[in-house]
Design a protein. Structure first.
Length: 319
């Protein structure tokens, strides 16, 4: 499974980490994630992938944080690398536009602090951009769809320089539900956007909402919980990464064409799209058993709202 990276390791832990790296043919660097992100929590399809988490502890705003990323790039023995970028999006949230409109000085000061943090993170990302490119690493940037950072000129320029293309998906289509209070278990839509130059990712992160009942509100501690993603999102990311590593860009292009031909939005259409990644896995070492597991990702991630009213009006994941 995917061994998460650690910071400031002891000599024994460092030796073990080096041994794990040597056994892995893929490297996923989570840039600015939380310590409990499911991408690095050994989801299915992560076998053979070493996960380096760059958290607040490593602090990517500093030269030390950049060294962690460069070291991870240089220590990887293979060519299959994915940089998953999830810088804090608080400053670009639509709620912040509302808060600024209220005009309270302390509120505006907090929002400006969020933007200052983002600008520093992005500045450091551009400093290591050539390192990323020199290793042939793939890139994926993840923020909410409405985040205003997407509209910044320097963000658009970065996406253009690295040939990033956009995919949209909704959290509720991948099993995202409220964790707290009376709405616990109710789907949260959370419209996500990912810009990436790994075509296989766009082939699996494209399912949108098909719920027929109201969603829980994504705010407060629920927002923080969504930052860790869901099992289905983590499995889809690792599945796509494994497909890319096994088949290369040529098979990933075949995936995109097949996914586009299938069509559909959410629901059963989303299931077909997710299973359409199978042709990319023909040479994947895990064999046919992985393909049958992949079909279950979509099925397990479905949210059935139509029958929810018969079970206390709460949406549950169909098993």
């Amino acid at each position: 499974m995917a061994p998460p990276g650690t910071s400031s390791p002891t000599p024994g832990a460092a030796a073990e980490g080096e041994s794990l790296r040597r056994r892995c043919d893929r490297l996923l660097i989570e840039l600015c994630c939380g310590p409990n992100s499911k991408l690095g929590s050994q989801p299915r399809f992560s076998e053979g992938c070493f996960v380096d988490r760059i958290t607040i502890r490593e602090d990517f705003t500093t030269a030390r944080g950049m060294r962690f990323v460069r070291r991870g790039l240089n220590q990887h023995y293979g060519k299959n690398i994915l940089i998953w970028i999830s810088f804090p999006c608080t400053g670009g949230s639509s709620w912040q536009r509302v808060n600024i409109a209220k005009g309270k000085p302390e509120t505006i000061e907090r929002v400006e602090a969020h933007w200052k943090l983002f600008r520093k993170l992005w500045e450091n990302l551009e400093k290591i951009e050539k390192d990323i490119q020199s290793r042939g690493a793939r890139i994926a940037i993840e923020w909410p769809r409405s985040c205003s950072y997407w509209n910044l000129g320097y963000v658009r320029d970065f996406c253009a320089r690295n040939s990033l293309e956009t995919t949209f998906f909704d959290g509720c289509a991948y099993g995202l539900v409220a964790q707290y209070g009376r709405e616990a278990g109710t789907p949260i839509r959370k419209p996500w956007r990912v810009d990436t130059n790994m075509e296989a990712l766009r082939g699996v992160l494209n399912r949108t909402c098909s719920c027929t009942k109201p969603h829980a509100t994504c705010q407060g501690r629920e927002t923080s919980a969504t930052e860790n993603y869901t099992d289905a999102i983590a499995e889809a990311v690792h599945y796509a990464f494994a497909a890319y590593a096994a088949g290369g860009q040529q098979q990933s292009l075949e995936l995109r064409n097949q996914a586009a031909a299938i069509g559909g939005r959410g629901g059963d259409g989303g299931s077909e799209r997710l299973s359409s990644i199978q042709p990319c896995m023909n040479s994947f070492a895990a064999g046919p058993s992985v393909l049958s597991d992949a079909q279950r990702i979509a099925r397990n991630a479905k949210t059935s709202c139509a029958s929810a009213s018969k079970r206390g009006k709460r949406c549950r994941r169909r098993r």
